[in-house]
Design a protein around this ligand. Structure first.
Ligand code: 6R9
Length: 647
């Protein structure tokens, strides 16, 4: 491991929300007395209509699997993100929207946001949406996405956001799985100067969703769209006609807040269900502590609201804290490769949070496009989504941050709801590539493959957590059994993250990546099983196995081994067809990089594909294939190695 260490800046620590000493004391308290610790945070960060009876109640056992925080307490998320700020900061900007084109921007105050959310909540009610109903959002990065999320929380509806880059099929299966009756979309989405026909996709999806009765369409591009009378309504017309008065629903702390689908190692994507109270407490607290957020800061997270990062760190965390959050519709390279930094200067951004893949691609264009901007307002930088390589870290720190901004490398997951491991900028020395230390209340352990805790440092193993935290997943929507099987069956008594990690001599954590069959491409999670299922739809495909391999820009690339039906021949045309097929089934994020036609796949005698071997071949590590004697037919491996040039 590299031994570069950037010590905590003395000036930064002097003004930080949390310094090293405070971190130590608070961390100890959070582990020794979790209920006391979280009760204090819950009172500090959230306004409750009614207090809780018990702080936490939980079991990770199969028979009794449940996780509850702040039991019987009442609150409303939109009240916490809007109403309670009105008196003090009604005229403060809540959302700065920066459009795809630099000429397009908008500022929305807390007062305006409160009014629009209330109106839209009434629109939803008017369309029959009640507490507990599911609403699907398929939207670009426009303020209406935040409005729709908050409007759902205002009336107790459960939103399920589907990333705008997913295909109609992917959207339809998510709408049906969570039984949504309302879909909110827009006519178009604008990215990099190009229009993407969201409404066309939504229409195609809804054709296969018998439960959908309403489709609400935000006008973004202004082009004509197909219209289904009775089902489709325009967002702008509906809110103009709706009352601006909508009292927030009293929700139980454990009432569901949202569903977000994510890929796992097997089967179709799972609906990760988050609940209300615990999620909001930890979202708000991490946003303030991890980014050293201070009143008046302009904060920008470049994620899409279709991912968990957008949920927690564009909308809920910042707005619960009364922050000004920037929402960006475009891409880092449009109209030119300085765009991120131009936006930082234009809106005087203080805190900037992005993904390593974006940093790597911008780094490729050299320092010029960064140095043509000032970025003097930046104070804290963050990364999320995948491990960051030390070279990209140093560039981000030295060039983007002018060497003066601490970088918080935040490790967490859709399932964890909030940050789990990260340095705090005023408390921890920074090691490029290390997610460093657990957040308050998080007790990580490294397990060997038998489930024994590995004590001492250094160590490496499977990363698991031995107790719940407030923002944790509560269940897999509609499938509590799968919840247990996915996260708790592998290592009894622990939540298993699916990641591997190392702990160095100082006890700092380094995430090494997924140890299961989940790929991470540009920070996006993809299940190998989903891609394999899509490939299997092609009539000449007999079998497919998909693995990840190291990729300079996207972190991991997608490598597919495809076995064809007897008598079929592989060709470049067929490869192109298969790439297109997968893209159509899942969406543009599932772009296969390499296809290798393989007459056979390495399998155990019981028929299980040995992915370990496929991963090694994909990574060109053919000398270290390990023991292949358990294979049903070891000669398959030689053939795969010999035919690598066909890929
Ligand atoms: C928030 C988010 C989760 C997976 C996770 C891990 C990887 C996320 C990371 C990181 C190393 C970091 N991951 N942050 N790996 N360092 N700072 O990304 O959620 O889309 O569910 O992905 O991403 O492998 O298990 P999600």
């Amino acid at each position: 491991m590299p031994d570069i260490v950037h010590p905590v800046s003395v000036e930064f620590a002097a003004n930080a929300n949390i310094n090293a000493e405070q971190y130590q004391a608070m961390y100890k308290e959070s582990i020794d007395n979790p209920d006391g610790f979280w009760a204090e945070q819950a009172n500090k960060y959230v306004s409750w209509f009614k207090p809780w009876d018990t702080v936490s109640d939980w079991s990770f056992d199969q028979e009794d699997l449940h996780i509850e925080w702040f039991k019987n307490a009442k609150l409303n998320v939109s009240y916490n993100c809007l109403d309670r700020h009105l008196e003090k900061r009604g005229d403060q900007v809540a959302i700065i929207w920066e459009g795809d084109s630099p000429e397009d921007d908008r500022k929305i105050t807390y007062k305006e946001l409160h009014e629009e959310v209330s109106r839209f909540a009434n629109v939803l009610k008017d369309r029959g949406v009640q507490k507990g109903d599911r609403v699907s959002l398929y939207l670009p990065m426009i303020p209406e996405a935040a409005v729709a999320m908050l409007a759902c929380t205002r009336i107790g509806a459960i939103h399920s956001i589907v990333f705008g880059g997913f295909s109609p099929d992917a959207l339809a299966s998510r709408i049906n799985d969570s039984d949504c009756k309302v879909v909110i979309t827009s006519d178009q989405s604008m990215r990099g100067g190009r229009k993407i026909p969201l409404k066309v996709n939504a229409d195609t999806a809804i054709d296969n969703c018998p439960g959908v009765t309403t489709c609400i369409v935000v006008r973004r591009g202004g082009d004509d769209v197909a219209w289904t009378e009775g089902r489709d309504i325009w967002y702008d017309e509906a809110i103009a006609a709706a009352s601006p008065d909508c009292p927030p629903e009293e929700m139980d702390s454990e009432d569901p807040l949202f569903i977000l689908y994510t890929s796992g190692s097997t089967g179709t994507p799972k609906g990760v269900l988050h609940s209300t109270g615990g999620y909001l407490v930890q979202a708000a607290m991490t946003h303030e502590a991890v980014f050293d957020y201070k009143d008046g800061d302009v904060y920008w997270c470049t994620a899409d609201v279709g991912w968990v990062t957008g949920h927690t760190y564009i909308v809920y965390g910042p707005l619960a804290n009364g922050a000004t959050t920037l929402m960006f519709e475009g891409i880092p390279t449009y109209p030119d490769i300085s765009r991120f930094w131009q936006v930082v200067d234009k809106h005087k951004v203080n805190i900037f949070y992005t993904a390593p893949t974006a940093i790597r691609s911008l780094m490729g264009a050299g320092n010029g496009p960064v140095e043509s901007t000032s970025r003097e307002t930046l104070r804290v930088l963050g990364t999320v989504g995948e491990p960051i390589n030390p070279e990209a870290w140093e560039w981000y720190h030295g060039v983007v941050g002018n060497g003066k901004c601490p970088i918080v490398d935040t490790w967490w997951q859709t399932e964890t709801g909030s940050h789990m491991m990260t340095p705090l900028p005023g408390a921890h020395a920074l090691k490029p590539g290390s997610a460093t230390a657990p957040f308050f209340g998080v007790h990580p352990v490294l397990l060997d493959d038998e489930g024994n805790e590995i004590e001492g440092n250094p160590a490496s193993g499977n990363l698991a957590i031995d107790r719940p935290w407030p923002a944790m997943i509560r269940t897999v929507f509609g499938d509590h059994k799968r919840f247990y099987e996915t996260y708790f069956s592998m290592f009894k008594g622990y939540y298993f993250t699916g990641d591997g990690a190392k702990r160095d001599e100082d006890g700092n954590y380094w995430i090494t990546g997924r140890v299961d069959d989940v790929l991470n491409v540009s920070g996006h999670r993809l299940g190998t099983a989903e891609i394999e299922a899509a490939l299997g739809l092609h009539e000449v495909v007999a079998e497919a196995a998909v693995v990840g391999y190291p990729h300079d820009l996207t972190g991991q690339g997608i490598y597919a081994y495809v076995t064809l039906m007897d008598g079929e021949e592989g060709s470049e045309e067929l490869k192109a067809e298969l790439v297109k097929l997968v893209r159509g089934e899942i969406g543009p994020i599932a772009k296969i990089n390499i296809i290798q036609f393989a007459p056979g796949l390495p399998k155990t005698r019981s028929g299980k594909i040995m992915r370990r071997i496929l991963r090694k071949i994909a990574a060109d590590e053919v000398d270290g294939l390990g023991d292949t004697s358990t294979l049903a037919d070891p000669s398959v491996v030689d053939d795969l190695i010999d035919n690598r040039e066909n890929r």
